[in-house]
Design a protein around this ligand. Structure first.
Ligand SMILES: [Zn+2]
Length: 350
């Protein structure tokens, strides 16, 4: 005898609706020798080869429907019984997850972990890849858009007279000339800082912006200003500015992916200058730019510890971290002034 006869002894209980919309009747579905039959009160209602049945997919605790070729419909909540009769155990993910709640929890945790891992590990890799393959035209385009946007939203025209601008530009060019990109790789722009106050920042294409407020804060200590500008040149040379932009775009993309709206947001971030200026560098990037300032200033014949004075003035004027926008976009790592002085001493062979 085939195994079907064994199954015949324990059929599945349910309700049978005969073809033509008849009222349901208590019935048992069993399989005998490859034939499915619905039996009620010992008498067969409907009979068909097992292969001719349409069996609805298992979906949690939703009633299972077995449709006979003649239109008869057998309904049951005995999911396991149907699976046993039909000979397929594959219940599918939905049913499994609904039956075993811990597994659903595991799935949710797994998705969160995957997203976190993407942010933590894949994003930096993608950023490095993007930086490596970015043609020079892209940073130029992004920087142009960023400066234009900042000019309409944040900045005012500079109040510095031509002579002052000329002096500062002279020091800036002396520094830029010693970098791999050279003088032509950089442009210095003077602006009234408005809400961002005493600040300086660099865009990925070598556009450097210096605010009147920072110039005023330095008083007659021009080297202090050059020290800050050298720090910004460091960010451009290390491509921090470009990385920061891609990182923000990548994070925004990820957030929008979760939110289900992958629209023009990433594109906005690429051209929105205000957003760009508010993004901070990492502590490692800051330390590297400080070191760059010390070395470049020394090579240019300026005081390499000049940027340390800027940190001290900022701390005095605005408190250690709060108040100044320079510290919010250039996070402090320990006592940066002391670190700069230590580096300068080491550089001078002291
Ligand atoms: Zn910085």
């Amino acid at each position: 005898m085939s195994k079907d006869s064994t199954l015949a002894s324990d059929g599945v209980s349910g309700v049978f609706h005969a073809a033509g919309g008849a009222a349901g009747a208590e019935a048992v579905l069993r399989v005998v020798d490859g034939m499915a039959e619905v039996v009620a009160g010992g008498a067969p209602f409907s009979r068909a080869p097992l292969s001719g049945l349409a069996i609805s997919a298992r979906l949690g605790s939703v009633a299972r429907r077995v449709t006979f070729p003649d239109g008869g419909l057998f309904e049951t909540f005995d999911n396991d019984g149907i699976d046993r009769l039909a000979g397929f155990a594959g219940a599918g993910f939905v049913a499994e997850a609904e039956r075993f709640h811990p597994r659903l929890l595991v799935a949710v945790v797994a998705v969160i972990a995957l997203l976190f891992a993407t942010y933590r590990y894949a994003l930096p890799v993608m950023v490095e890849l993007a930086v490596a393959v970015t043609p020079p035209a892209v940073p130029a385009l992004m920087s142009k858009g960023a400066l234009q946007s900042l000019d309409t939203t944040v900045f005012e025209e500079t109040g510095l007279d031509k002579e002052r601008q000329h002096t500062l530009l002279g020091g800036f060019n002396r520094l830029a000339a010693l970098t791999p990109r050279g003088i032509t790789g950089y442009t210095l722009h003077f602006r009234g800082g408005g809400p961002i106050g005493p600040n300086a920042f660099a865009l990925p294409d070598g556009t450097v912006v210096l605010t009147d407020e920072l110039v005023a804060l330095a008083g007659d200590d021009d080297a202090m200003i050059f020290g800050v500008l050298a720090h910004e040149l460091g960010h451009v040379e290390h491509e921090d500015s470009l990385r920061r932009l891609y990182r923000a775009a990548g994070a925004a993309g990820l957030i929008m992916l979760i939110g289900g709206d992958l629209g023009s947001g990433a594109e906005d971030i690429l051209v929105q200058g205000a957003g760009l200026a508010a993004l901070s560098y990492s502590r490692e990037q800051e330390s590297a730019a400080d070191r760059y300032s010390v070395e470049l200033m020394a090579r240019a014949g300026f005081d390499p510890t000049a940027i340390a004075r800027f940190f001290r003035v900022l701390a005095t004027e605005f408190g250690d971290q709060g108040g100044s926008d320079f510290f919010s976009t250039h996070p402090a790592s320990g006592d940066r002034a002391e670190e700069v002085e230590r580096l300068a001493k080491a550089l001078q062979g002291g």
